[in-house]
Design a protein around this ligand. Structure first.
Ligand SMILES: [Zn+2]
Length: 269
């Protein structure tokens, strides 16, 4: 499932492509991917300019000129492609937003969605999300304060979107590896020094994820060489049975709270 860096990457690239552009047409192929009647959806969205694109947690927010918002969550298996009809991947398209001859295709939206909300509804929908970990106001002291109220396994806490928003299975594994801490470790057993390490690793790994375009398998547009670059930088995620790049030990997979968890049993304590 796309996490903070993947959505940040999409945001940055889409701003260049469709920022200030007018949505010339709307095609709904799967009604379940939207939240209102498709005729109303279309009449509200068509001919609107994209005023801004924002990221909150694992969501993208397309802000329209009429103060309505398209709230996107890709969930598991969702992705996007931007380009002409000729360039589009040979996949089922759930929703298509057109910008003249180019289109933004929403693909693999089964659990994912593109919902239309006004400002108040949007605020309410996002109200349960915790702080954005890479925002400048999320300081180490703020992190220490928040983690000080938490108990239980580190991994479960990192995935808790009300604690910090945007971190999922991949980046939680990479953050724990970078900090040298086992994801199964109980938060009560992590001392102040290691909590600070965790904060620093979180900053480093998430920024690295953004810098290298996240881990999505598919490019956003033809010639997009940025998206997916983080795949090759993963140290533990999806690497079970392979040698640790740091110490040579075998990367292990374990299930924590029914989520696959990857770590190096030697580098992480
Ligand atoms: Zn190792």
């Amino acid at each position: 499932m796309p996490e903070l860096p993947e959505m940040e990457n999409y945001k940055n690239l889409l701003k260049e492509k469709i920022g200030s552009q007018v949505i010339t047409d709307v095609q709904i192929n799967r009604e379940k991917s939207i939240n209102i009647n498709s005729d109303l959806f279309k009449s509200t969205v068509q001919y609107q300019k994209i005023v801004d694109i924002k990221k909150r947690g694992k969501h993208l927010l397309f802000q329209l000129q009429n103060e309505q918002n398209l709230l996107l969550h890709l969930m598991l298996g969702g992705w996007m492609f931007f380009g002409t009809e000729a360039e589009k991947p040979n996949r089922t398209i759930q929703v298509r937003l057109s910008f003249g001859q180019e289109h933004l295709y929403f693909i693999g939206l089964r659990l994912g969605y593109l919902h239309l909300y006004n400002l108040n509804q949007t605020v309410e929908k996002l109200s349960d999300l915790g702080p954005e970990p890479i925002n400048s106001d999320f300081t180490v002291n703020e992190f220490l304060k928040r983690i000080g109220t938490k108990h239980g396994r580190l991994k479960t806490t990192l995935l808790d979107q009300a604690f910090i928003s945007g971190i999922g299975n991949c980046y939680s594994a990479e953050i724990c590896f970078h900090a040298g801490i086992l994801p199964s470790k109980d938060i009560d057993d992590i001392d102040d020094e290691n909590r600070r390490k965790l904060y620093n690793s979180m900053q480093y790994i998430l920024q690295d994820g953004i810098k290298y375009g996240g881990y999505m398998d598919n490019p956003l547009f033809k010639g997009d060489t940025l998206t997916g670059g983080f795949n090759d930088r993963c140290q533990v995620y999806d690497r079970e049975g392979q040698a640790c790049n740091r110490c040579g030990a075998t990367i292990v997979i374990e299930t924590i709270s029914s989520r696959k968890t990857y770590y190096c049993p030697n580098c992480q304590k």
